[in-house]
Design a binder for this molecule. Sequence first.
Ligand code: TXA
Ligand code: MG
Length: 352
Amino acid sequence: MWMVATTSLAGKVKTLVRAAGEGITDAADFLRAGQLVAFATETVYGLGADATQAAAVRRIYKVKRRPADNPLIVHVLNQQQAEDYAVGFDDVARILARRFWPGPLTMVVGHGSKIPPEVSAGTPTMAVRCPSHWAAQRLLASLGRPIAAPSANLSGHVSPTTAADVLAELGGRIPLILDGGRCRVGVESTVIDLTVDPPVVLRPGSVTVEMIRAALRRKLGTRVRAIGTSSMSGNAVSKSPGMSKRHYAPVTPTYRYLREEWHQVRAWLNRYRPRARVVRLSCEKSGAAGGQEVLIHLSANGEQCARHLYKNLRTADSRGYDLILVEMPPDRGHVWTAIRDRIRRASQEWPP
Ligand code: TXA
Ligand code: MG
């Protein structure tokens, strides 16, 4: 019945949004039939396909308009399933899995033969993650196989953190969205590459490099690198193409500035763009906006700020402003590293 419901009339698909609790079995049926399903995870919504079906995986790239050289994350039910489908899941991976799974940590290990090469864009490696969100867990359990899933947005856009966001991005392109509420973490998982020595954090997330180092201290000491540090070569950057600079970005021109630069920014606007309708995102509570300017408050609490960052960027993007200005929060470590990383990717540096 569900398959009939999705039959395309004018090349378009009818997208159903269902409460995750009620849609799991149908979602697993769709995945088995080679269709795509968007589902909630604790970080952001994922656009899932049965990771063992090459044609379904190719469909992800098509629907997202994702470049074919950007590999996908394979979501697994538990550590056992990761070990069944990946290769080179070694002691370091096991320590990290015991400490952080299920949860927002993705590990790059060796590509297993049961997973088609399309998942990893032809590279000999494979990213695996065990999500903690109950809907993702139940979907994985119901399917009984891993799910390949990037974030459920069009390539380059801001990741979705609610079912409504997914509908806005992918409505008419996929048959089903499993609504599991607002994502708790709000920024994508930490990605660590374990195929290099020492391991490298390719994408910061709510599992921080300090937390990883603490977990691996007895095994590796502090020999875990974070991308972007001076000791990193450019190679690791190109290893994870999704980490290319412009990414996670609103459509409206978006600039970042430092708090101490605000008066200069204001003066520049008055002079060159006096009529521009501006929306500003800032952790500052006051600094009241006036005239053409609207202020969106970012929480000064790291977890809260991360949880609502993409929602705030989407709100800013959806209201027809001419410019989005984001005040870069100070680097206070922890999840702020990930927040600052995503703001950098969403914006260009001031001045234009
Ligand atoms: O939190 C998340 O990770 C979300 C949810 C849905 O799980 N997924 C997500 O997927 O953010 P995506 O495709 O938007 O980002 C995956 C990142 C990309 O930067 C990609 O290049 C990198 O992981 N990646 C995937 N496979 C890789 C591999 N084999 N080697 C290096 N990087 C890889
Ligand atoms: Mg993404």
